[in-house]
Write a protein that binds this ligand. Structure first.
Ligand SMILES: Nc1nc(=O)c2c([nH]1)NC[C@@H]1CN(c3ccc(C(=O)N[C@@H](CCC(=O)O)C(=O)O)cc3)CN21
Ligand SMILES: O=c1ccn([C@H]2C[C@H](O)[C@@H](COP(=O)(O)O)O2)c(=O)[nH]1
Length: 309
């Protein structure tokens, strides 16, 4: 039976509102969007609750692999492609086509990324995106005469775990990918850009600030990933997950996702999935995909939709 308060209704309501009332405009990609500014959603994370949407099947293992890849600090798509994660391939592929004029197809491009070290180094890197900023934010030390040398990189995630354990009432429990000085070198500036945490009793809550949100394709991944990260951080800090508060800046639906919106709004959310961490690894950097299980996930079928590059 349909439960009016299923967490997913927040998502479906926002999709409807953006589609019906959003400002229609041209966007960077040329596809066009309808856009609203500043929505907030709150998802419970207690007892394994997780915002994994059920009105279409979401490839949660793909989202989890991407999150683990961020935590390694890697910014090259090679490690993703090796795990059959294709969600970042289109940006290096687009650059390759533009800069060489060669009309290589996606599969051939991915094969070269996997088979050829030099090619992967030259064409597979996204620049200093999420992983770099999260675990190895560049620092510089003055050495006199207006000269600087590299200092040690800052690991924001390690510092966060330390803060959660030792200073849980701090109002500075956050990390960000928005390194203003390095935005120009990134294939895309971070969308899910700032994560702040709050501990109340034994509950760890996360607030994610997402400056730009593709509601059809990106958001189902972003919501699940943020919940997963919160569960991992809670486990590492002897806390329990509390709530995910998501705030978006520009929340949009691409005009070529109309079929997705129409079909999702026809469907009823079903089942309440649960996330389980099967092991407690020695640190936040030691999780593997085998450490995650999702129970009671009974989604409607997947709906394909094109990604705007
Ligand atoms: N326009 C746009 N939307 C995004 O969500 C997005 C970007 N660009 N650029 C950077 C990353 C890459 N992300 C992506 C890219 C593609 C899918 C995607 O195609 N998802 C499909 C198939 C997933 C699969 O491979 O199994 C989906 O139906 O969810 C999802 C997230 C999120 N980000
Ligand atoms: O995790 C992500 C990454 C990207 N997106 C979407 C949001 C926008 O549709 C594009 C980025 O384009 P900008 O012009 O840089 O805003 O990618 C997402 O939703 N989630």
């Amino acid at each position: 039976m349909a439960d009016a308060r299923h967490f997913e209704h927040q998502y479906l309501d926002l999709l409807r509102r953006v589609w019906e009332q959003g400002d229609e405009r041209r966007d960077r990609t040329g596809v066009g969007t309808r856009s609203l500014f500043g929505p907030t959603m709150r998802f419970p994370l207690k007892d394994g609750a997780v915002p994994l949407f059920t009105t279409k099947r979401v490839a949660w293992k793909t989202a989890a692999r991407e999150m683990l890849w961020f935590l390694t600090g890697d910014t090259n798509i090679r490690a993703l492609v090796a795990q059959k994660v294709h969600i970042w391939t289109d940006w290096p592929l687009d650059r390759y086509r533009r800069e060489t004029g060669e009309d290589v197809d996606r599969d051939a491009f991915e094969s070269r990324i996997l088979d050829d070290d030099d090619f992967a180094a030259a064409w597979g890197d996204l620049g200093p995106v999420y992983g770099k900023q999260w675990v190895d934010w560049d620092t510089y030390e003055p050495v006199g005469d207006g000269l600087f040398r590299r200092g040690p990189g800052i690991n924001q995630i390690a510092a966060l775990v330390d803060g959660l354990r030792n200073n849980p009432t701090s109002r500075r429990l956050l990390f960000t990918g928005w390194n203003v000085a390095q935005l120009d070198g990134m294939a895309l500036p971070p969308c899910h850009m700032t994560y702040q945490f709050h501990v109340a009793g034994k509950r760890l809550s996360c607030m994610l600030w997402q400056r730009s949100c593709d509601l059809g394709l990106g958001f189902p991944f972003n919501a699940f990933s943020a919940a997963l990260l919160t569960a991992m951080l809670a486990q590492q800090s002897d806390l329990e997950p509390g709530e995910l508060v998501w705030s978006g800046g520009d929340a949009h639906v691409y005009l070529n996702h109309e079929h997705l919106v129409t079909e999702l709004l026809r469907r009823e959310p079903r089942s309440v999935p649960r996330l389980e961490l099967l092991r407690r690894p020695p640190s936040i950097f030691d999780y593997t995909i085998e450490d995650f299980a999702v129970h009671d996930y009974d989604p409607h079928p997947h709906i394909a939709a094109p990604v705007a590059v």
